[in-house]
Design a protein around this ligand. Structure first.
Ligand code: CA
Ligand code: CA
Length: 233
């Protein structure tokens, strides 16, 4: 070995063992240095592996549901307004999404009276919601008495699935899922009717001037629980 050879040479050439002492000190320093870096690098590795905090978030959903109906005159638009206040959702519960199911039939009682044209829409304003969500259905229409659905996502990124997240602290994740700003304000459902009259109707008493529209709404609300599952906290 070259190193061994050099060390032996140094020792052989030493005067009064001075060189041997120097070599020994050098070796000790060398070993200590290696030992130190070894310990430090392992420690850093452990830190890097576990410094990342990890949390498990569980969501608990609840559905609030109700029915309403409204008579809308020919050529008119009526508005139904929903809000956290008028539904009665406390600020400790977050609002995930709102679904409408709108149904109607021809109620004039006239033989051969065709279904009226009904248009429903939720303008993307008023309530703070995830208006840009591409899965929103904000408008619908039919003149065939078909059932219409609308869907408005309110709390961004909420999908109802429990998740594991890493980084940050527990307060950060609590804040991320308890922003009651989403769902604040008024959400308006606008319903417009244009009646289609029976072809054979001439008498004004049996004319078709309006329609009764039935609205079912379902609000998904949620609460959550966060558990710190970091391996080293
Ligand atoms: Ca009609
Ligand atoms: Ca009608």
């Amino acid at each position: 070995m070259q190193n061994g050879g050099r060390i032996s040479e140094l020792i052989r050439d030493s005067d009064n063992g001075k060189s041997f002492a120097i070599v020994s000190i050098m070796l000790l320093i060398g070993f200590s240095f290696h030992g130190y870096t070894f310990v430090v690098s392992i420690d850093d590795e452990i830190r890097a592996k576990y410094a990342e905090s990890e949390f498990n978030i569980q969501f608990f959903e609840e559905i609030l549901e109700d029915d309403d109906s409204i008579i809308v005159g020919d050529g008119n638009t009526e508005t139904i307004t929903l809000s956290r206040q008028n539904i009665g959702v406390s600020l400790t519960k977050m609002i995930a999404k709102l679904e409408f199911t709108i149904t109607y039939s021809e109620t004039s009682g006239e033989f051969g009276d065709p279904c009226d044209e009904v248009r429903v829409e939720v303008p993307p304003n008023g309530m703070v919601a995830d208006w840009q969500n591409e899965n929103n259905v904000l408008a619908n229409s039919t003149d065939d008495c078909e059932t219409m659905s609308l869907l408005i996502y309110i709390y961004p990124q909420y999908d109802g699935m429990d998740k594991n997240v890493s980084g940050n602290d527990i307060e950060y994740w609590e804040d991320a899922w308890s922003n009651e700003t989403y769902g604040s304000g008024d959400l308006n459902l606008r319903i417009s009717v244009d009646t289609n009259r029976p072809a054979t109707s001439f008498a004004p008493t049996i004319d078709d001037n309006d329609e009764e529209i039935n609205i079912n709404w379902r609000l998904t609300i949620f609460e959550f629980n966060i558990e710190d599952v970091s391996i080293i906290q």
